[in-house]
Design a protein around this ligand. Structure first.
Ligand SMILES: C[S@@+](CC[C@H](N)C(=O)[O-])C[C@H]1O[C@@H](n2cnc3c(N)ncnc32)[C@H](O)[C@@H]1O
Length: 196
């Protein structure tokens, strides 16, 4: 387990990636082809910026990527990427995002995670809140046919979110990744074909 963790960590460093989490988005892309050239992508919970780097590469020269986090990110030195230091639950954010992107988003990514307290019910409740935040932001920001990818840690809250998402998306899948640390309950909900 530690060897695998170290390998991905070292690979991220060697490739100039800001986090080992970058490999999760690469794996999602390899398996599901979620992001296309020219896409407008929003990345919720973007710090330190691994997913932003991968997304910017995938959208190519004509695409746009907007990164959101409570924590300030070091700038990416990439004209395609805009970063906002703000709570993803800010009710003004969907309108601001559409303005920055110049159009509704094609893909919303959420790798948001709460700061863990170690108190399981509190951590689960906070995780569920972030999932709900991602769902609300996505349904307010995505174009018809658009895609949401959101991190979850399972439990009844995840089931409630999947049910709510099925009302607004044509297909809702649950994906576990090889790049996730062993022993983690982390999963990603992938909701495609947004119905505006
Ligand atoms: C696992 S990290 C993201 C790693 C990132 N995907 C990468 O590749 O580098 C989770 C992030 O979610 C952010 N976050 C948690 N709650 C948030 C909120 N309400 N609004 C915005 N960001 C939030 C945290 O600040 C943290 O930086």
């Amino acid at each position: 387990m530690y060897e695998r963790k170290d390998t991905l960590y070292r690979r991220a460093k060697a490739e100039g990636l800001r986090s080992r989490a970058a490999f999760k988005l690469s794996e999602l892309q390899r398996r599901l082809r979620l992001i296309r050239r020219g896409d407008a992508v929003v990345d919720l919970g973007a710090w330190p910026g691994g997913w932003l780097q991968v997304a910017a590469e995938l959208v190519g020269a004509e695409g746009r990527v907007l990164g959101i986090d409570l924590v300030a990110l070091a700038p990416l030195d990439d004209a395609r990427v805009v970063i906002l230091e703000v709570d993803a639950a800010d009710p003004a954010l969907p309108a601001r995002a559409r303005e920055i992107l110049g159009r509704p988003a094609d893909v919303v990514l959420s790798d948001m995670a709460p700061k863990l307290t170690g108190i399981a019910p509190r951590d689960a409740a906070r995780g569920a809140e972030l999932l709900e935040t991602a769902r609300c932001f996505a349904t307010a920001t995505l174009r018809p046919g658009g895609t949401l990818v959101a991190k979850t840690f399972g439990g009844p809250e995840m089931e409630a979110a999947r049910t709510a998402l099925r009302a607004r998306f044509g297909r809702v899948r649950l994906v576990g990744l090889d790049a996730t640390r062993k022993g983690s309950s982390e999963l990603y909900i992938v909701a495609t074909d947004h119905r505006a």
